[in-house]
Structure formats: C-alpha cells, structure tokens
Design a protein around this ligand. Structure first.
Ligand SMILES: C[S@@+](CC[C@H](N)C(=O)[O-])C[C@H]1O[C@@H](n2cnc3c(N)ncnc32)[C@H](O)[C@@H]1O
Length: 195
C-alpha cells in the first residue's frame, strides 16, 4: 500500500517531529464529547498520537475507549501519562489491519490528512466496517488547498462531502467555531452516520 510507513511515523515520534501535537484535548472535540449522552459508548481514536482526546474521555468516565497508532512510542507516551488506561485498549497497529470493531463512535483528528490521498476510499471503507450500523464518524478535517507533498494532505469541504456521502449520511460538516487560533477557519467539524 502507498501510505507512509510505520517506520516513517515511529522515526518522527522518536525525533520529536510532532508539529501537529497541540498538547491538550482539541476544543471542538471536547465540546462534542461533553454533549454525548452515554458513557457506555465504544469509541475509537485512530492515528491517535498522544491521544489527549482519549485521556479526556477516560477521565470523564468513558471506559470503553480505544486508541490505535502505528507508533509504539506514541502509545507508550499515552500509557505512561494514563497508567490506569487498559493496555489492551491502546493498540500498536496499522489502522487498516485493526480487528476490534463494533464501535459506536470513531473520532477523526489529523489522521485522514496523514494518509496518502490515494487511500481515502480505503479509509472510508475501513471506517464503515469498524462502526456499528448507526454508528458515527466525527471529528475534524483540514480545509486546506490540496497539496501533493504532504503530510498534511489537504482537501476542501466540497470534495470531502462528495467522498464521505458515498458511505455515510452527513449530519454536519462546517467550519469549526472553536478551533485553536492557528487552525481557525482551516478546520471543518463533521459528524457522519453509518447509514
Ligand atoms: C499527524 S499525526 C496525528 C496524531 C494525533 N491524532 C493528533 O492530532 O495529535 C498522525 C498519526 O497517525 C499515525 N498513523 C499514520 N498512519 C497510520 C496507520 N496506517 N495506522 C495507524 N496509525 C497511523 C502516526 O503514527 C501519527 O501518530
């Protein structure tokens, strides 16, 4: 497959080349989490990195949270910060090989833009297969001009809408209102249902 390899990402983690890392739960995602109506939801965060979102969810009482990342260093960082997080729910793996499924919610944040755009159809297929019927894919997508020399690989709302609508019912996709300053206007918040 044409995606950037596990070695590529592990090396970036080991060399602290993690410019995407904002250091805390992303405000639009925190707002989304705060309105969820059940702590029982089974939630996945793929390409989770330092996974501040999973840390926040876990602290709020969501115990059925899973993170997956190519990088052992990223997952180890997360487990060091969160020693009571179940290790079997912090998975070092290729997202496309993930076996755990039946998620109620999958959270997107700077994972889609880390994948070669040729993988976007595979991404949508895999997301669909991991979700329960009626489950939600939600999170943030960069609203940036397309560039070939990513990551991050960009895209815009019209293109995303067309692609995501082939597998999901789009509930919402709009410029996020509460992005961090450096991402204001460049980030779409979306929620899509596995119809
Ligand atoms: C741009 S970083 C984003 C990390 C985190 N979501 C954040 O916003 O801070 C992308 C992450 O996806 C991981 N990744 C890339 N391709 C992957 C794949 N195929 N399977 C699992 N993880 C992957 C990388 O190791 C990296 O940690």
């Amino acid at each position: 497959m044409e995606y950037l390899s596990a070695d590529y990402w592990e090396t970036r983690w080991q060399n602290n080349q993690t410019g995407w890392d904002i250091g805390y739960v992303s405000p639009p995602l925190k707002a989304y989490f705060d309105q969820l109506d059940s702590k029982q939801y089974k939630i996945l965060i793929p390409g989770a990195g330092n996974a501040y979102e999973a840390e926040y969810l876990f602290q709020q009482g969501f115990k059925n949270v899973f993170v997956v990342d190519f990088s052992k260093s990223a997952i180890n960082n997360f487990l060091k910060r969160n020693p009571s997080f179940p290790t079997e729910q912090a998975i070092v793996s290729d997202f496309f090989q993930l076996k755990e499924s039946h998620f109620d919610i999958i959270i997107e944040q700077t994972f889609f833009c880390a994948l070669d755009p040729s993988l976007r159809e595979n991404y949508l297929d895999k997301m669909k297969s991991l979700l329960k019927p009626g489950g939600k894919l939600a999170g943030l997508l960069f609203h940036l001009p397309e560039k070939k020399d990513g990551p991050p690989y960009g895209g815009d709302k019209e293109v995303y809408l067309e692609q995501f609508a082939t597998r999901f019912e789009i509930i919402e996709m709009d410029i996020a209102k509460n992005s961090i300053e450096s991402r204001q206007g460049n980030e779409l918040f979306f929620e899509a249902e596995n119809s």
